[in-house]
Design a protein around this ligand. Structure first.
Ligand code: ZN
Length: 248
């Protein structure tokens, strides 16, 4: 089972009735519903207003893939928590940043850049599958349409992705790298652009499939450990043959 935690700041839900009209229970509940369709995924949700921002050590340390939706309350996420999440990604945890999570502290910390982008209000968007052999693109047509999505455009100030899976095109002519992959340490990271709070991207069957695929892709295949092999003063072969390496 892949253990997924869906984290949401859960702030727009409290002030914009439109959000809970589309997503009863909040964005985190809808994303959790998407993942509950997969029988190899165990999902829980967490929100900023919970104790320890919903991510105490026992939750974070039991998470294989963390999904993040945030927008207006990015500054309220403590730096100490950001450092813990970053460390866990380096050890192997997958991380999926949705929509306005591009400006979250944790995404910027993992990218090492400011992650600015160009934006405008809603537009018609066409999403192109430009990497059809990629695991995240499986089951996704060569292109699909979101009748209304907030325009996120280039230049998107991210480090060069290791893979770009989707490219967005808007009626106004702007383009955007809508689905991008990186690795940091042993952890895999995916950024996915659709998901503005007052639109319906999380109900779109292709967007839902992308999120399911992304979790399977980002699930850890290896957890890094810090290993120390006491030096015996002989050679590496003999040191390892002693079988005394220890986790530190
Ligand atoms: Zn938005």
């Amino acid at each position: 089972m892949i253990k997924v935690t869906v984290w949401n700041e859960n702030a727009h839900e409290k002030i914009l009735p439109r959000v809970t009209e589309i997503y009863p229970g909040g964005i985190h509940e809808e994303v959790a519903r998407i993942l509950r369709e997969c029988d190899d995924i165990e999902v829980r949700t967490a929100t900023l207003d919970q104790e320890e921002c919903g991510l105490p050590d026992e939750v974070l340390n039991d998470t294989d893939v963390l999904i993040w939706w945030g927008h207006m309350r990015h500054p309220d996420v403590p730096d100490e928590l950001v450092a813990k999440i970053k460390r866990r990604v380096h050890l192997g945890m997958g991380f999926i940043a949705l929509h306005s999570a591009h400006h979250s502290k944790i995404f910027k910390a993992l990218m090492g850049t400011e992650c600015y982008l160009r934006w405008k209000e809603n537009q018609f968007e066409r999403i192109w599958n430009i990497n059809p052999a990629h695991p995240i693109a499986q089951g996704i047509p060569s292109c699909f349409v979101l009748p209304e999505e907030e325009m996120y455009g280039e230049f998107f100030d991210i480090p060069q992705p290791e893979s770009i899976v989707f490219l967005g095109w808007y009626k106004g002519g702007e383009v955007f790298r809508s689905g991008c992959c990186w690795t940091r340490g042993a952890g895999k990271i995916f950024y996915w652009q659709p998901g503005h709070e007052t639109n319906e991207a999380f109900l779109n069957p292709h967007c839902r499939r992308v999120i399911q695929n992304a979790v399977h892709w980002a699930a850890p295949t290896f957890w890094r450990k810090d290993i120390r092999v006491p030096y015996t003063g002989k050679n590496a072969e003999e040191d390892y043959a002693l079988g005394i390496e220890e986790e530190i």
